[in-house]
Design a protein around this ligand. Sequence first.
Ligand code: UD1
Ligand code: CA
Length: 447
Amino acid sequence: MLAVAILAAGKGTRMKSALPKVLQPLSGISLLERVLANCNQLEPQRRLVIVGHQATRVENALSHIHGLEFVLQDPQNGTGHAIQQIIPTLHDFQGELLVLNGDVPLLRSRTIERLVQAHRSNNSGVTFLTTRLSNPMGYGRVFANKQGFVEAIVEDKDCTEEQRTNTLTNSGIYCFDWKQLASVLPKLSTNNSQKEIYLTDTISLLKVAMHIEVNDPGEVLGINDRSQMAKCEEVLQQRLREHWMKEGVTFIDPSSCTLSENCIFGKDIVIEPQTHLRGNCQIADRCRIGPGTLLEDAELGTDVRIIYSVINGAKVGNNVVIGPYAHLRPKAVLQNNCRIGNFVEIKQSYVGEGSKVSHLSYIGDAELGKKVNVGAGTITANFDGTRKHLTVVGDYTKTGANSVLVAPIVLGSRVTVGAGSTLTKNVPDGSLALGRAKQLIKKGWSV
Ligand code: UD1
Ligand code: CA
């Protein structure tokens, strides 16, 4: 039987934030959600989250995850005190207790699996993860022999100058024999510089304590302040880019681009510098995105080309060219072979196959047919001050430069709209529509 307990009650003082540390986002997902996801593969029988500082807020943030047991730690007197709080909850539990620090988000599932397996095979009281850090400041130092048996963990603040030179650090990820741990937990004291009850003090009380060294220190980076947070973000981004490069995506300048976990790429895609993909993005084969582009929850067909643009919640067909400086907003749907040019904004609109909106336009709440040519500066006036209205434009219709289509309005197919027109009435198929003041000429005006 396996139970998991996640330490998430601390305030995270060093973050200097109104948001509890474990709710801080890393690539859009909170530290705590990441820690929970990391141990999913083990399918633990019980999942306990120890909450304290802003407990309700932390619980609410996890309300979408089923089967969690929240245990309150109030006040927060240290990591050992936190685990003492779960004794009643696990009073009849037998098996291993995996303890995860809520602020160590980058651990790989297979490393946790390795830890649990090693613990089961060496039959120890506790097995935990360590790593060697060139700068171990802030971490507990681990004193162990060559066989991997651990004598003690000494917290950074409690180390002598000599102890502090030890670079073997505690990662805060432990697999305990629960019965043994429960029997030593009441023996912990606050005899240390922070006057807290340390979980790390159980190490010297258990028979026996062993550690496993993690080769990639990036996996066990802990987050105490925003500088460590930035470091973790960097590690996470590097992992995501490496993954997709192995899958056939080219990055021209990888370190200048960021991705979210929920991006899916096809093959032979090129991501140009300064390009960022957030949320759920799906990018099909042979797209070329960037430079300088932001995509969020975007779906792109094959062979799409985008330069210096912002695409949010839009769906784009195959072979579409976008930008520079275009803005696609939620529910913009572009069919194959469209062209969206500079300074064009499209919101909640359908643009039919092969249509072009090339310059300086706003298209909102509109349905454009196929092969429509929207002239430079054409605007759909969709808002009457209270409500939004629909503009419908038929196939092969052309609007002249600086047209204003006042919605609700329907233009038929093969309509031509004269430049500078403001249209408020529907236009039948095949017509020319003009809605502008007649030009006056006054000869000899300035002689
Ligand atoms: C802890 C370890 C240290 C290790 C480091 C790894 C202890 C005493 N020290 O130090 O050896 O190198 O993690 O990252 O365990 N928390 C509670 N209740 C509390 C205090 C903390 O739930 O009363 C939670 C925090 O929310 C956090 C985790 O425990 O998620 C770790 O607490 P933190 O104060 O960051 O410990 P460190 O000083 O980093
Ligand atoms: Ca920490």
